[in-house]
Ligand binder design. Structure first.
Ligand code: AMP
Ligand code: MG
Length: 556
C-alpha cells in the first residue's frame, strides 16, 4: 500500500497516560492512552469513499488490497502510525458525566497529505480501550453504515462534518440490545475509519476543568489553537479570545446548516461537539421527513426531547456555555467568553436568515418576512408536509413573480404573522385573490403524508403561496436566477432514515450494493438525477414507526 506521511503532533507534544495497560480506568493528567486496535477474525472491505481515499493519496488498488482491510479493520499497522484513545469528559443529556473518553475509537495517526492538510485517521469499533467503561469497544454494521453514509452525504450537502474513508466488516458478531428492553441479539460487527483534521471535542476541555487541572487545560487550549486554528492572526494576547469566538461562530454555522437540510443529530452531548464545528459522532441521528420541530429520532431522548430538531440551536448554545465555563480559568475574565456566546446568537441569526432567504429564492429575508417564514413552518407541520420535497417543489414552480396584476393579495398582514391555524379556522374568509397561489396547491401533493391534513390546510397553503408570489414579484429577479439559488440549498436527496435502513438490511444479507448506490446518489444531492427519482420520494408508510427508520437508540 502507498505509504502515508504521518506527523503525530498530538502524542508528540502532549503528555499521555504512563500506563499502556488495556484495563478500564480513570486517567488523570494525560490527554490520551496508547492502545492498539484488537484484531478481528476476518476483515473485509464493505465500502469506501473515493474522495477521502484521494485526499489521503490512496489509489483504488491500495484500497482494494488485502492490506487495506487489515489496517482499517485493526489487524495491521502502517509505518508511522501511533495509535491512541483520547481522554475527555462531557455533559450527557444536560448532566456532567465525568470521564468518558474514546471508548471504542482509536486514532491511528495524523496523516499529512500532498496538499499539506492534516487528516487524522480514527477507527471506530476497533476494540476495548481504557475508556470503554462497561462496554465492548465494538460497533455493529448497522451503525457503521449509518455513520459512513451520513458523513459523506453531509459533506456533499455542504455541511461541515468529519469524513469516512471505509467500512470494514469484522467477521465477528457483536451482541446488542437495540432498545434496552431485554432482547439482545447478535449482529454483524464492523469498523469505520473516520477522518477529520481534529477530533478534539468540548469535552476534552471540560474534563481538565472539572478536575481543576489548569496546566493541562491551558496546554490543550494553546495546542488546539496552534494545530487546529492556524488561520488566527490575532496578536498572542488576543488569540484565545479570537479562538473562542471562532468556535462559537463555526458552531452557529453548523447548526444553521443542520436546520437548513433537516438533520437532527440526536445526541448533542458536549463530548459529541467538535471544536472545529464539524458534525461528529453519528449515532441515533435522523432526517426530518414531515416537518416537525418536536421530532427526535433518539428513543433514549423521547422523554425530555432535549435533542429535538427545533431545539438544536439552543442546545448548541448551552453546550458552548459549558465550554465557556470550562475555559474560564484559562481566560481569567468573562468578557471574551460572553462576547463569543453573543457571537453565536448573531451568527446563527445571520446564517439562518441567509440560508432561509436562499431556500425561498429571495435576495434577502427582511424583518417583516420573518413572520411569514414562521407561518410556513407551522403550515408544514400542520399539513404534514415533507420538508425536502416541499422546498424542491417550491423551487420548481413556474410563473412565480410574474404577472401579478396590482400585486394585491388578500392576506391580512396587518397583525403581523398569519397563523396557519387561524387561516384554517377562518377558511373561506382569508383567501388569496386573483388566483395567486391557489392553482399551485395541488403541485405539493407529493410532499403530503396525510391527504386529510393536506386538504385541511390547502387554503392556508394557498394563502402562503400568494404571499410568496407577491414577495418574489417584488424583487423582480429572473426566474432562472431564483431557481438556481434555491436548488443550490434545497437538496433533492437526503439520507432519509428508511433509505439507510434499506441499505443496512441488504448489507446484513451480504449485499453491499445498496450502500454503494446510496453513497453515489448522495454525492450529488442537489442534482436532479432523474433516473434515481425513487430515492427522492417521501418516506413510505411502512417506515413510519419502524425501528431504524423513525426510532433509533444509542445502542450501536
Ligand atoms: P456516544 O453517545 O456514542 O458519544 O458515546 C458516549 C460514550 O460511550 C463515549 O465515551 C463512547 O466512546 C462510549 N461508548 C459508546 N459505545 C461504546 C462501546 N460499544 N464500547 C465502548 N465504549 C462505548
Ligand atoms: Mg461520542
Amino acid at each position: 500500500m502507498t505509504p502515508l506521511n504521518f506527523d503525530n503532533i498530538f502524542v508528540r507534544e502532549l503528555p499521555g497516560d504512563p500506563s499502556d495497560a488495556p484495563h478500564v480506568r480513570q486517567v488523570h493528567g494525560a490527554f490520551y492512552s496508547r492502545v492498539k486496535p484488537t484484531p478481528v477474525r476476518d476483515p473485509q472491505l464493505l465500502a469506501w469513499s473515493h474522495e477521502v481515499a484521494d485526499a489521503l493519496g490512496l489509489s483504488e488498488a491500495d484500497v482494494r488490497s488485502p492490506d487495506f482491510a487489515a489496517v482499517f479493520g485493526g489487524n495491521a499497522s502502517m509505518p508511522g502510525m501511533e495509535p491512541y484513545s483520547a481522554c475527555y469528559g462531557g455533559h450527557q443529556f444536560g448532566n456532567w458525566a465525568g470521564q468518558l473518553g474514546d471508548g471504542r475509537a482509536i486514532t491511528l495517526g495524523e496523516a499529512i497529505n500532498s496538499r499539506g492538510e492534516r487528516l487524522e485517521l480514527q477507527l471506530k469499533g476497533a476494540g476495548p480501550t481504557p475508556y470503554s467503561r462497561r462496554a465492548d469497544g465494538r460497533a455493529v454494521l448497522r451503525s457503521s453504515i449509518r455513520e459512513f453514509l451520513c458523513s459523506e452525504a453531509m459533506h456533499h450537502l455542504g455541511v461541515p462534518t468529519t469524513r469516512a474513508l471505509s467500512i470494514v466488516t469484522t467477521g465477528e458478531g457483536v451482541v446488542r440490545d437495540m432498545f434496552y428492553d431485554g432482547n439482545p441479539r447478535v449482529e454483524p460487527g464492523a469498523v469505520v475509519c473516520r477522518v477529520a483534521p481534529s477530533f478534539i471535542r468540548f469535552g476534552n476541555f471540560e474534563l481538565f476543568a472539572a478536575r481543576g487541572d489548569e496546566d493541562n487545560l491551558r496546554r490543550l487550549v494553546d495546542f488546539t489553537i496552534a494545530r487546529d486554528f492556524p488561520g488566527l492572526v490575532e496578536p498572542s494576547g488576543q488569540r484565545r479570545a479570537a479562538w473562542f469566538r471562532t468556535v462559537c461562530e463555526s458552531t452557529a454555522t453548523l447548526v444553521a446548516h443542520w436546520m437548513r437540510v433537516g438533520f437532527v443529530h440526536g445526541v448533542m452531548n458536549t463530548d459529541n461537539m467538535s471544536i472545529l464545528g464539524l458534525t461528529i459522532d453519528y449515532g441515533p441521528y435522523g432526517w426530518i421527513d414531515n416537518f416537525d420541530p418536536d421530532w427526535t429520532p433518539n428513543t433514549t431522548d423521547a422523554g425530555g426531547r432535549r435533542y429535538r430538531f427545533g431545539h438544536q440551536p439552543r442546545v448548541a448554545h448551552w453546550n458552548l456555555l459549558q465550554l465557556a465555563n470550562a475555559l474560564f480559568p484559562v481566560f481569567g475574565e468573562v468578557g471574551p467568553l460572553q462576547d463569543g456566546l453573543r457571537r453565536f446568537a448573531e451568527v446563527y441569526e445571520e446564517q439562518s436568515r441567509r440560508m432561509n432567504a436562499d431556500k425561498l429564492g429571495l435576495v434577502a429575508l427582511r424583518d417583516e418576512d420573518l413572520p411569514e417564514f414562521d407561518t410556513l413552518h407551522r403550515l408544514l407541520t400542520g399539513a404534514e408536509l415533507d420538508m425536502t420535497i416541499f422546498f424542491r417543489i417550491l423551487s420548481e414552480l413556474d410563473g412565480v413573480g410574474e404577472a401579478l396584476a396590482g400585486g394585491m393579495i388578500g392576506i391580512d398582514t396587518g397583525t403581523g404573522a398569519v397563523d396557519a391555524a387561524d387561516v384554517v379556522a377562518s377558511n373561506g374568509h382569508v383567501t388569496a385573490t386573483g388566483g395567486a397561489g391557489a392553482e399551485w396547491v395541488s403541485r405539493f401533493e407529493p410532499a403530503a403524508y396525510s391527504a386529510a391534513r393536506f386538504e385541511e390546510n390547502a387554503q392556508a397553503l394557498a394563502n402562503w403561496l400568494a404571499w410568496y408570489r407577491a414577495r418574489v414579484a417584488e424583487e423582480g429577479r429572473p426566474a432562472d436566477a431564483r431557481r438556481r439559488q434555491m436548488k443550490a440549498v434545497n437538496p433533492r436527496f437526503v439520507l432519509r432514515n428508511y433509505l439507510a435502513q434499506q441499505a443496512i438490511d441488504a448489507a446484513e444479507q451480504g449485499d453491499a450494493g445498496t450502500v454503494v448506490e446510496l453513497l453515489d446518489v448522495m454525492r450529488r444531492p442537489y442534482d436532479e438525477q432523474p433516473e434515481r427519482a425513487v430515492y427522492a420520494e417521501r418516506r413510505p408508510d411502512w417506515a413510519r414507526n419502524r425501528a431504524g427508520c423513525s426510532m433509533l437508540s444509542c445502542s450501536s
